[in-house]
Design a protein around this ligand. Structure first.
Ligand code: ACO
Length: 331
């Protein structure tokens, strides 16, 4: 349902951002030595040229901490003052405890509370919505919203239809409370819009789980079905987000989409009437990092000066579940 703000007297503002990519880069050509694929096929179908893969001893919480530290430093904030830490991840360090609690410990925060959100590639939009609502209700004054994945650990390296698509990484934003309801003209998260439809589980899922076969499992995807849903559902949720504020695509300074496939990204930009110069695309270098992809792209574009304070940013994503969502943020 639409999360248009109704009675809130507070809103949340993005005060810091950061991204982290593990140093190990694997190019398409390197992958093609292990799998029956080619750089040409991967680039033509997806736009992906390389991906970062976490080291053996690097866990999702380690990637998350690096991104979170940058977001805190960027905002001039201290980890111990953060009220809430939400980690969106599909690849937790352990089945339990929540990876967010390990991030909390590694950051040295003992007064806030921390938990994970699981919505696969839509995870960051879901986590942002959760944190934004905690801030709006006055339960916390600040929140670290992190998307972090060691997604390549879920891959079947014999399955060329999935293993070429994904990478590892983490991105984070620090939200802080500000007075007044969300206002189209003021900085902050204007609204978040979430959807899911569990009937489409089989389009994209992992073959294992503690409650089914006690295994971690591997990713299985019907790429064409996910593609069809992505084009339709992302267009709908973006329209919902924009119309909530009386906006059109032309009002948006930056589209920062989930980075799954350049063809989906280009399709959304065309629908919104946005030229490529106003779309942040990292898919060529990061591949699909699931919940990390949007905050990594936000951090890249805000750090290199493309996204400027006061500009309107539209984020959107779709993932396993199916889940999908969007948010409009005045940066
Ligand atoms: N290298 C070479 N050939 C390949 C590869 C590969 N890596 N993968 C598949 N092929 C072959 C197929 O076997 C098939 O061959 P055939 O015609 O002889 O049977 C041919 O290429 C075409 O395969 P399609 O699946 O039809 O290729 P398509 O154009 O649909 O592209 C892709 C596949 C890239 C996966 C696309 O469908 C897609 O991007 N889907 C959306 C994925 C997505 O957005 N996921 C987001 C959510 S992810 C999450 O939530 C975790």
């Amino acid at each position: 349902m639409s999360a248009k703000s109704r009675i809130s007297t507070r809103h949340s503002v993005v005060e810091g951002w950061g991204g982290y990519l593990p140093p190990n880069v694997v190019t398409n050509d390197q992958l093609a030595k292990r799998v029956d694929t080619s750089d040409e096929w991967i680039v033509a179908r997806t736009g992906i040229r390389q991906r970062h893969i976490a080291g053996e001893n690097e866990r999702t919480s380690d990637l998350a901490v690096e991104a979170a530290k940058k977001a805190l430093a960027q905002a001039g904030a201290k980890a111990e003052d953060v009220g809430l830490i939400v980690v969106a991840t599909t690849t937790p360090d352990n089945t339990f405890p929540a990876t967010a609690t390990q991030v909390q410990a590694k950051l040295g925060n003992t007064t806030g509370f921390a938990f994970d959100v699981q919505a696969v590639c839509s995870g960051f939009v879901y986590a942002l919505a959760v944190a934004d609502n905690f801030i709006k209700t006055g339960q916390v004054d600040s929140a670290l919203v992190i998307g972090a994945e060691t997604f390549t650990r879920l891959l079947d390296w014999q399955d060329r239809t999935t293993c070429v698509l994904f990478g590892d990484g983490a991105g984070a934003v620090l939200l802080k409370a500000a007075d007044g309801p969300p206002d189209r003209a003021a900085r902050g998260v204007l609204s978040t819009h979430l959807h899911s439809d569990g009937r489409f589980k089989d389009a994209l899922f992992v073959t294992g789980g503690p409650g089914s076969n006690k295994e971690v499992g591997v990713v299985r995807m019907n790429g064409q079905e996910v593609f069809r849903h992505a084009v339709q559902k992302l267009a709908e949720v973006v329209e919902e987000a924009l119309s909530t504020h009386g906006l059109t695509g032309k009002d948006i300074d930056w589209l920062v989409p989930h980075q799954a496939n350049q063809r989906i990204i280009d399709g959304m930009a065309r629908k919104l009437g946005l030229p490529g110069e106003r779309v942040v695309s990292t898919v060529a270098h990061h591949a699909n990092t699931s919940a990390a992809s949007i905050p990594l792209a936000l951090a890249a574009a805000a750090s290199d000066g493309r996204i400027k304070q006061g500009q309107l940013v539209l984020i959107e994503g779709i993932g396993g579940g199916l889940t999908w969502g969007a948010s409009v943020i005045r940066w």
